[in-house]
Design a protein around this ligand. Structure first.
Ligand code: SIN
Length: 275
């Protein structure tokens, strides 16, 4: 694909690309926005470096693609609200943290009726000696590499996703929803494995032991390094991922150091469609 305004450098054959020649502290024109959208559809997750954005820049960037999506589920230890900015959550971890956000594979808020489309995570402070990387996997490439027999088995199946599976500290606030196990990305047209170990409780309509073993197989298959990548952050980097195409996992190897940033979601427009 040719780009007129931005540069796009792939991180791996199947997932991820770094975007250059763009300044997210300034307004973007329509061509820049279209090229960012084209790039994320192709690569699933994009990285931007040296972008010292403030809340207004973060919100403006999200609004080029639609409306901000407010986090479903109450305040937890993993992220907190910012007064006056309902779409922004602070993610701050230090020596006192008992957990961090997103330590197992997931797509964000898959337990919502309409999960957020994109997540845009800005890191202000990264641990001084490395650490705090984020892993990404292509859930479409993982689907495509399943056998025909497994694809036929999964076709038409649904799975239950539960917020309470991870957010155990908010018992009153545990959304639960059913989505297809295989979804179709509305822009790329690719099929995607839409189950994850953080929020999917079971495949519906099969015995519990079968659900457990099939999910275990899928999770091991999705985590194969062939369609994964690991992003190393700097201060003022941004990762923007498409929850309809990739899953991600945060690595908490930096305790007791500080890692601190801000995350926004882009509101989805429709429930995930069956692939
Ligand atoms: C998340 O899953 O919300 C956080 C990802 C990260 O901190 O790298």
């Amino acid at each position: 694909m040719g780009y007129e305004t931005i540069t796009v450098t792939q991180w791996s054959p199947n997932v991820g690309a770094e975007i250059g020649n763009i300044d997210l502290t300034k307004p973007l024109n329509a061509t820049q926005v279209k090229e960012v959208r084209d790039a994320i559809t192709l690569h699933g997750v994009l990285f931007f470096r040296n972008q010292k954005i403030d809340f207004a820049d973060h919100e403006r960037f999200v609004r080029y693609f639609g409306q901000p999506h407010e986090h479903i589920g109450g305040d937890g230890t993993a992220s907190t609200r910012i007064p006056g900015h309902p779409g922004i959550r602070k993610q701050y971890f230090d020596a006192k943290s008992k957990r961090v956000a997103g330590e197992d594979w997931h797509s964000d808020q898959s337990y919502g009726d309409i999960p957020p489309t994109y997540s845009i995570l800005y890191q202000e402070q990264i641990p001084p000696n490395g650490g705090g990387d984020t892993m990404f996997l292509s859930a479409s490439k993982a689907y495509e590499e399943l056998s025909d027999g497994m694809k036929a088995y999964l076709k038409g199946k649904t799975a239950t996703h539960m917020g309470g599976k991870s957010f155990v500290n908010n018992p009153e606030d545990r959304p639960e929803v059913v989505h297809p196990v295989v979804t179709r990305h509305p822009e790329s047209g690719r099929n995607v494995l839409f189950v994850n170990p953080s929020f999917t409780s079971h495949i519906n309509g099969v015995p519990p032991e079968e659900s457990k073993r099939v999910l275990q197989y899928i999770y091991e298959h999705m985590a194969r390094p062939h369609w994964c990548m690991r992003f190393r952050w700097n201060n003022h980097s941004i990762a923007m991922w498409d929850n309809r195409a990739v899953q991600h996992m945060a690595i908490w190897d930096y305790w007791p150091n500080v890692r601190s940033g801000y995350r926004m979601f882009l509101e989805g427009s429709a429930p995930p469609m069956a692939g």
